[in-house]
Unconditional design. Structure first.
Length: 195
C-alpha cells in the first residue's frame, strides 16, 4: 500500500498528515483555514487519494505558514508514498474547466523540483484567504515532492473559481502521474534507471 504519515512541528505550525494513494477518498481536513479545507477536500476527491490533515497554525498572524507548511507535508508524503516510483506513469496533465475558469496543469514526478505558475487571480482575497497563497502552496508541494509542475490559467475572472479549478486540475494530473503503468512491468520510468 502506497501511504505515508508526516508529522511536522515548528514554532509556527503543528501538522499531522496522512496520505494513501490507493485507498478510496476518505478525506478529513482541518487546517484552521476554511478555504484551504475546501481546496484540500476537493483535491482528495478528484485525485482519488485518501488525505487526512490536522494543522494547528499561527492563524492569528495569517494563513501563510499554515498553507506553505501543509504544502511541504503533502509533498513529503507524496514522495514517501511513491518510494522508488517503480512502475508509475510518471507524467500527468489535465485541462479542467470550472464555469468561466479554465486551467491547465502538467506534472512530471522527476525528482527535480520546479514550478512554473502562471495564474492571474483578480482579487487579493477570497474571504479571508490571501489568493497569493495558492502559488505558495504549489511551490512548497513541488519542492518537497521533487515535482516539475507547470500551471497555466487559460481563462477565468472569478478568483474562487480560478483557485478551485487549479486544485482540481492538479488532482487530475497527479492521479494520472502516480497511477501504475502495466506496460512498465515495475520498472522505474526513466532511461537512467533511477529518479
Amino acid at each position: 500500500m502506497r501511504e505515508a504519515v508526516i508529522e511536522r512541528k515548528t514554532a509556527e505550525t503543528d501538522i499531522k498528515l496522512y496520505l494513501n494513494l490507493d485507498a478510496p477518498d476518505g478525506s478529513e481536513i482541518d487546517s484552521g483555514c476554511g478555504f484551504l479545507d475546501h481546496m484540500l477536500t476537493l483535491f482528495a476527491k478528484h485525485s482519488g487519494f485518501c488525505l487526512k490533515v490536522n494543522c494547528k497554525g499561527d492563524t492569528l498572524v495569517d494563513y501563510h505558514h499554515t498553507v506553505e507548511d501543509i504544502g511541504i507535508c503533502l509533498g513529503l508524503a507524496l514522495k514517501e508514498a511513491l518510494g522508488d516510483i517503480a512502475g508509475i506513469t510518471r507524467y500527468g496533465w489535465a485541462v479542467i474547466p470550472m464555469d468561466e475558469a479554465l486551467v491547465l496543469t502538467s506534472v512530471d514526478i522527476s525528482g527535480r523540483a520546479y514550478l512554473s505558475c502562471n495564474l492571474d487571480i483578480p482579487t487579493q482575497k477570497v474571504g479571508d484567504f490571501d489568493t497569493e497563497l495558492c502559488e505558495e502552496f504549489m511551490a512548497a508541494l513541488a519542492r518537497s515532492a521533487g515535482l516539475t509542475l507547470h500551471i497555466r490559467q487559460l481563462d477565468g475572472r472569478n478568483s474562487h473559481h480560478i483557485i478551485e479549478c487549479t486544485f482540481k486540475c492538479l488532482a487530475k494530473s497527479l492521479k494520472t502521474a502516480v497511477s501504475i503503468d502495466p506496460k512498465a512491468m515495475g520498472a522505474v520510468p526513466s532511461t537512467k534507471g533511477v529518479i
